[in-house]
Ligand binder design. Structure first.
Ligand code: SF4
Length: 407
């Protein structure tokens, strides 16, 4: 299992698998070719070809190769083995060079021929169950203590920076206005609404107020991501509003100090890491359950940590949050991470809160029979079985129904 630095990355939205990963692949290819040529040809395949325009994939590649003349093809005919495939080609003095990169979700890359992009494992655990047993055997009480045992010592500072970046991204979104850039599909003429939701929340009391506050915070980040602003992948750009909404609520309303917010991120990150390792976190690979389901799961575990509950409650909440998103398809309209993505961030933040309540109040009455490793396995099985139309291709679900050609 990889470092939490690979799960929580900074990068421009709207989609970590379609913007951050192509940008990093372009940079890696540039390092391979150096100054031997000025011309690079890139082919996007699979979901990158089908939704890459709305997701700004070409802009990301051009930014990563800004010193080169880049031509890009969107090959929507060829069916690649992996749904997020990019082929970079250049003619070098010693002969042609072709490198294929695969985007794995959350900005992570893999390549059979460029080992510089392949990240190393730092944790030895296959499952959450194994990790819990290790913590018990070693007398480790907190996720932070565990992570500091395996990660580079700089991880603590990095996680604090992530907390601050999440808070800033909410605050930025709460004062932002204007349209979210998209094409001329009338269904996609959407304006930023976090500020308005926040104003409405402040007029309310009780549970409606809390629901709207969490929604405003989640929208603030998700709308920024949709506009191409830099956000933290949690675990992806598409789902980047869920965990910050919880962190910001704890910061602004509960006045929980930053070190405790950081500790909650260690918890959230490790739950997300097990999903990434044993299933996936990319909508184009596993459907939206992999993005929004995982984000909600991470956020639910984080609330338990912030509220001082133990690892059993964290597992209950994370499992429940994932379980009830199983099967959710990835169907962004016209390839823009606007509909249904922004609203899903708000819903998932509120779902995380509900799952915390279940963990705190229902788990002592009715023991959960499904553990977190089980639900991750079920999510992988479900994602593998989902038809490709429902995995960020624009060919199914809301993306199909709201396409002007089909309305
Ligand atoms: S539908 Fe879900 S998985 Fe797909 S792009 Fe939107 S947030 Fe990401």
């Amino acid at each position: 299992m990889k470092s939490l630095k690979n799960l929580f990355r900074y990068g421009p939205g709207p989609s970590s698998s379609h913007t951050i990963a192509p940008f990093l692949a372009a940079k890696a290819f540039a390092s391979q070719i150096g100054e031997k040529t000025k011309e690079v040809h890139v082919t996007f395949l699979g979901s990158l070809a089908l939704t890459g325009t709305g997701h700004h994939s070409a802009l990301a590649v051009k930014e990563g190769l800004k010193d080169y003349d880049v031509t890009i093809d969107f090959d929507t005919i060829t069916k690649p083995k992996h749904p997020l495939t990019m082929v970079f080609k250049a003619e070098l003095p010693e002969g042609p060079l072709s490198t294929t990169y695969y985007s794995l979700g959350g900005g992570e890359l893999y390549s059979e021929t460029d080992s510089t992009v392949v990240e190393k494992d730092v944790y030895p655990f296959a499952t959450l169950k194994e990790m819990r047993a290790y913590m018990m055997d070693e007398g480790i009480a907190t996720f932070r203590e565990l992570c500091l045992r395996f990660e580079d010592p700089s991880i603590d500072g990095y996680m604090m920076k992530v907390v601050k970046a999440m808070i800033q991204s909410v605050e930025r979104g709460l004062v932002s206005e204007g349209p979210i850039p998209a094409n001329d599909n009338p269904r996609l003429q959407v304006f930023r609404s976090a500020k308005g939701i926040y104003a409405q929340a402040k007029k309310l009391r009780g549970s409606a107020r809390k629901t709207l506050l969490l929604s405003a915070y989640a929208y603030a980040v998700a709308e920024g991501s949709a506009c191409g602003e830099v956000v933290v992948t949690a675990p992806t750009c598409g789902s980047s509003g869920v965990l910050p909404a919880i962190i910001y609520y704890a910061h602004a309303h509960r006045h929980i100090p930053l070190p405790r917010l950081r500790d909650a991120l260690y918890v959230a990150g490790m739950f997300g890491n097990f999903v990434k390792q044993n299933a996936c976190i990319a909508g184009s690979i596993g459907g939206c359950q992999a993005e929004i389901g995982t984000a909600s799961s991470m956020a639910a575990a984080a609330i338990c940590s912030l509220e001082g509950l133990g690892i059993g409650a964290m597992e209950y909440a994370a499992e429940a949050a994932m379980e009830h998103f199983l099967g959710l398809s990835c169907d962004p309209v016209d390839g823009y991470v606007i509909i249904p993505c922004i609203e899903r961030n708000g819903i998932a933040a509120n779902r995380a809160l509900t799952c915390f309540h279940y963990a705190k109040y229902i788990s002592p009455i009715r023991r959960n029979k499904v553990n977190f490793d089980d639900v991750v396995a079920a999510m992988k099985m479900t994602g593998d079985s989902l038809a490709m139309e429902y995995k960020e291709t624009g060919l199914g679900g809301l993306a199909y129904i709201l396409d002007p050609r089909h309305c």
